[in-house]
Design a protein around this ligand. Structure first.
Ligand code: SF4
Ligand code: SF4
Length: 599
């Protein structure tokens, strides 16, 4: 009987592969485009499969390592920048290895659709000396994760599975294979293997090189993951020895390249590191010219050149941004010395409304930024919805570095002598992720930087995931809700203020007092995300056109519910969008904004 096939995204396929592959425990931190892997896993998991949102990626990777050291199969999920946070345990885990299979699912974001950087996770595989698998679609995501467990257990090392936004979010029909039972879990003591003190670590170091050689040989032989595809066009399917051009590619770029170069054979690498040198050499010997098409950095290209094989690559293929069929078609045109002759892009509909990136109607972050705008401060922001505070009309973010950096960058500015007051802002999820240590540092070193947690009670930007402060786990259990103010007090902070940002008068007073105070202080700007609440904050507001003087002060809060097509028309509030936060009402000096009648 043919296996049933399901239409799945790459992330859904990874979740089902983890279940079918006998995973005992799964960990992660939300981050687009990886978030739905754990969400789907928790949704479909049978009893006996443990899933959690960890406070950050380092914690998640360490927990997954613990599960694998005890013999269970584990996965850990994160976006590419999350692996920066988890890099420390990854390096050592490569030395001590695992017992049960462990796969690190990392989603890269070429084109930076939702990320601050465009980094290539393949560099981490080389640095940590662990295998990396690159599925090209959802079916391969399913197959490769299960294969990743096998490779991990065979070589007793973690395996990275790298997807990209396109693979994570695009869908195809996926056939599932027979499920496999979970491993027996019982930790077996073995200090020379699991305790990398130098006396044992030096032996482990040598073992890694031997492991890499064995894996490279394995990768060269494994035709299910690394495949030579003959040219797809009929007249080029003659026996080799030589085709005029051969393509080397990996991941989803290989599918696009196949579309643009159907007349050329391709070495499609699903297991690209350790490099399958034998396979690369064999393929190169069958073509007159080699073109490497890889999304991201020229990692394959540089290695192929290091093997003494001439090839084209980033001289023709873009290094930055997502590789699409159109961009690869341009590369082909460059290779052949002609113009690309691409079909004209589909024109945008003339009547589509503009959708600038702005905070949602009723967002409590808007209220905080609006109040902050009255003070002359430098604002060090962080990663979250509140990053949007940088845009007009709020203009209240001056720098963003990384998760947790909001506090620490602010501290550094003050210690360097910045003459203005400096404010560091992080979200609640970011506070638990890596903001706590920055706060601790501010207290320890008595920083004059003012710290603000914009606490909307959820990890909002990635789609409302729970975190240690929400009181609920990924598996839906009630748990202790960590208190930001209690943690700050435990760090030794004395000035802690909590306020509702919609109460602009009270918030203004608190900001005035804390900005004038010496030493560190923390303001917790607390109001839940209205989208997560799924209800209005209060009755909707409306503008009375008879009272409105068209002074346009209400527009300065930047709420998308307030519409004003041109300066001659008085603003109006779109009742389908308004969440009733009252911020605009507080701005109107003429009493033109009031609760909508009947609410
Ligand atoms: S602030 Fe009041 S008076 Fe001014 S434009 Fe808005 S509604 Fe009209
Ligand atoms: S009350 Fe005013 S600021 Fe708040 S959501 Fe409605 S229109 Fe926007």
């Amino acid at each position: 009987m043919k296996p049933t096939r399901q239409l799945l995204s790459g992330n859904e396929a990874l979740a089902l592969a983890a279940i079918d592959g006998g995973t005992s425990a799964a960990f992660g931190y939300p981050g687009t485009p990886s978030t739905e892997i754990l969400e789907n896993l928790a949704r479909h998991a049978a009893p006996g499969l443990y899933c959690e949102w960890s406070p950050n990626e380092k914690v998640a990777l360490e927990a997954a390592a613990g599960a694998a050291l005890a013999g269970g199969r584990s996965i850990v999920t994160m976006k590419h920048v999350g692996l920066n946070v988890a890099a420390d345990p990854l390096m050592t885990l490569s030395y001590i290895g695992v017992v049960g299979g462990m796969v690190i699912c990392v989603a890269d974001d070429p084109g930076q659709h939702s990320s601050q950087t465009e980094q290539d996770t393949r560099h981490y595989a080389r640095l940590a000396k662990v295998p990396i698998l690159e599925p090209a679609n959802a079916q391969e995501a399913y197959d490769f994760l299960r294969e990743g467990f096998e490779i991990s257990e065979k070589y007793r090392c973690p395996v990275i599975l790298r997807t990209t936004t396109c693979v994570s979010h695009s869908r195809c029909l996926v056939a599932r294979a027979a499920p496999r039972p979970q491993n027996h879990v019982q930790f077996v003591r073995n200090p020379p293997q699991f305790v990398p003190l130098p006396i044992w670590g030096r032996k482990l170091r040598v073992g890694i090189e031997e492991r890499l050689d064995a894996q490279a040989a394995d990768a060269a032989r494994r035709t299910t993951l690394n495949t030579i595809l003959p040219a797809a066009t009929a007249d080029c399917q003659q026996p080799l020895p030589t085709a005029p051009l051969g393509i080397v590619s990996s991941g989803v770029a290989a599918l696009h390249a196949r579309e643009i170069f159907p007349d050329s054979p391709m070495l499609k690498l699903g297991w690209a590191f350790p490099f399958p040198d034998g396979l690369i050499r064999d393929f190169a010997a069958t073509v007159e010219r080699l073109l490497v098409i890889e999304e991201g950095d020229p990692i394959l290209e540089e290695h192929i050149r290091a093997l003494g094989i001439a090839c084209d690559g980033k001289n023709l293929v873009p290094r930055c941004g997502e590789l699409t069929p159109a961009r690869i078609a341009e590369s082909r045109a460059r290779l052949e010395g002609r113009s690309a002759n691409l079909p004209a892009p589909v024109p945008e509909a003339a009547d589509l409304p503009g959708r600038p990136p702005i905070l949602c109607a009723g967002c409590p972050h808007r209220a905080l930024f609006h109040a902050l705008a009255r003070f002359d401060v430098v604002v060090s922001g962080d990663i979250g919805c509140y990053s949007l505070g940088v845009f007009p009309p709020l203009n209240q973010t001056d720098t963003i570095l990384c998760m947790g950096g909001g506090f620490t960058v602010a501290h550094g500015m003050t210690q360097a002598g910045e003459p203005r007051r400096v404010v560091g802002i992080v979200g609640d999820s970011t506070f638990f992720h890596s903001g706590i240590t920055g706060l601790l540092n501010s207290v320890y070193n008595q920083s004059p930087a003012k710290l603000i947690v914009v606490d909307n009670r959820i990890t909002a930007m990635t789609g409302h995931q729970d975190h240690p402060g929400t009181g609920t786990t990924l598996m839906g259990r009630s748990t202790h809700a960590a208190s930001i103010e209690a943690l700050a007090a435990a760090c030794g902070l004395e000035r802690i203020r909590v306020c509702n940002p919609y109460d602009q008068a009270a918030l203004h007073t608190i900001l005035e007092e804390e900005l004038a105070a010496d030493g560190p202080s923390l303001i917790i700007s607390r109001a839940p995300c209205p989208l997560h609440l799924k209800r209005r904050i209060a009755p909707q507001r409306r503008i009375d056109p008879d009272l409105c003087r068209n002074c346009r002060a209400c527009l300065k809060c930047g709420c998308p519910a307030i519409e004003s097509p041109d300066k001659t028309a008085k603003p109006r509030i779109n009742e389908t969008v308004c969440m009733g936060c009252s911020l605009c009402q507080a701005l109107c000096k003429f009493g033109a904004i009031a609760t909508r009648a009947g609410q």
